[in-house]
Design a protein around this ligand. Sequence first.
Ligand code: 6R9
Length: 658
Amino acid sequence: MSETLANLSSESRQFPPPEALAAAANVKAEAYEEAAADRLAFWARQAERLTWSKSWDQVLDWSNPPFAKWFVGGELNVAYNCVDRHVEAGHGDKVAIHWEGEPGDTRTITYAELLKLVSQAANTLTDLGVGAGDRVAIYLPMIPEAAVAMLACARVGATHSVVFGGFSVSALSTRIQDADAKLVITADGGYRRGKPSALKPTVDEAVAQCPSIENVLVVRRTGQDVAWTDKDKWWHETVEQASPEHKAQPFDAEHPLFILYTSGTTGKPKGILHTTGGYLTQVSYTHNAVFDLKPETDVYWCTADIGWVTGHSYIVYGPLSNGATQVMYEGTPDTPGRDRFWQIVDKYKVSILYTAPTLIRTMMKWGDDIPAGYDLSSLRVLGSVGEPINPEAWMWYRENIGRNRTPIVDTWWQTETGGVMISPLPGVTATKPGSAMTALPGITADVVDDQAQSVPNGGGGFLVLRDPWPSMLRTIWGDDKRFIDTYWSRFGAGAGTGDEWIYFAGDGAKKDEDGALWLLGRVDDVMLVSGHNISTTEVESALVSHPSVAESAVVGATDPTTGQAIVAFVIPRGNVDTEGDAGEQLNVELRNHVAKTLGPIAKPRQIMLVPELPKTRSGKIMRRLLKDVAENRSLGDVTTLQDSAVMDLISKGMNTGK
Ligand code: 6R9
């Protein structure tokens, strides 16, 4: 893809794993060879981490590609694996969730208490006529009931569809309608940025458009006034009064576990379908391997929202199947102060922290002195997910949070892949800042050219996955054709070339001289400037490598002379003066800095200094909206935007030329 730039941006820093961590690591280097020798036998061994009611007859049935069946004939219950079996093994008193509400209220939930809550919720679902095969929409803030609701669905075999709390009426109702859900589980509201933020009115409006909904189960969180309809039932008057006895019944390995909608850039949201046995196998294995989880001693914290796949796989199913103790936090990182995260790490002695580049860059912007005021010595593994992490953000994370001691695992995966696919192993890999490094044991990732040929080291192209993996999506809910068209028709058998079915991830990537993988963002975002393909990620990383820059987003805007021209939106670091001449000067300096770092072809036509960038609720930059601004168009779909005021600020700045 970006051959011109591939040779120019090179990273020579490398960090081997700490010796003590390497010596005691859950997964050692041999795992790669073992998996390569017999991939299916490797995954079968990982499946044995779980408790199956009935063992499988066949590890993988790939006779009808691209529709995979894993652990064919096997039966298990996901909730039993995440809760009951830890209690049965004598760990009932162990803390499953240290929950921290935004206003500072807390709850500590042991595995025994979690079992009680999940059993009560399962009994309530049954009472409400929800059973195996039904769909349930979950629209909740980050409260323990979110995990309980998901596990209760899994327990009775209902398929959940979690929608980010705060998504609009139309986003919620289209998801309910597409899945034909029978029940919504919601709350009166949740706390965000120091205030109660209502959820119930959105549900009321959505349900009015969704005749399939029979009941609405409402958790009381904020105590704010709510309108009441005859479909509504309070959680505390149903679930909390229900019997705590519930026997989990096993389901087929391919029983649908959840649907999660991804918005994509165009068209209606895709309902990504995940099933039971393969999904739980991979999230359990990867959570253990990638974070080197020691369930007896670690305190794990994933800062994601439950509405994102990261919340599904690495707050609920991965950690709980592994019997981990974790922190769950309701609110935003700046409430009541910008030190909230570090206060939480210090308070609970968090040892594994999993967060997103957007948050790391925000922390950079706020300044080094904030984390410096806290004891972060409990941390031993740091993770990143959601976007490419710029090398300088990676270094900042290592130095200021990891205090140069802890490995960083940059984990590449997607809603569609269900679990982590490409990542360092903390006890094995010598990491490079900004690289997700290599595919995990049992996973075959590659970078190919547009003829599906593997590119040599030093080359760039499209990221693909060559073999099916246990937690792969099984289809797009109700739309097998779109499943094939979107992921399998670009290369290989699905495209009519070759026998091999090749999964196209939609991301650009390159292999460096050592074969390490560097993710370059969505291929839809690649810019074509005077005939050269340039990735947004590389220009953004060049900008972030300047000491005055905290965060940046780059788009290609139509340009009469170069086809597309690079327009960059830049958030300066907290201490940088951007008033008047200083701003002008910084602008010139930044354009030259990119030209020097990457080559003159990558020099931005224009740089806008902005206070914020438009992001999704999972923290991804919405470049599509910035492109609308750069090309003077009215804004496209903004329903998944985290904060709608941001776009006004940016558009205003653009129009006045500031
Ligand atoms: C887990 C998640 C998937 C897209 C993916 C890619 C980007 C995620 C990344 C990364 C570079 C990483 N992405 N992790 N890019 N390095 N470590 O984010 O799922 O919300 O479906 O997004 O996110 O572009 O294709 P999802």
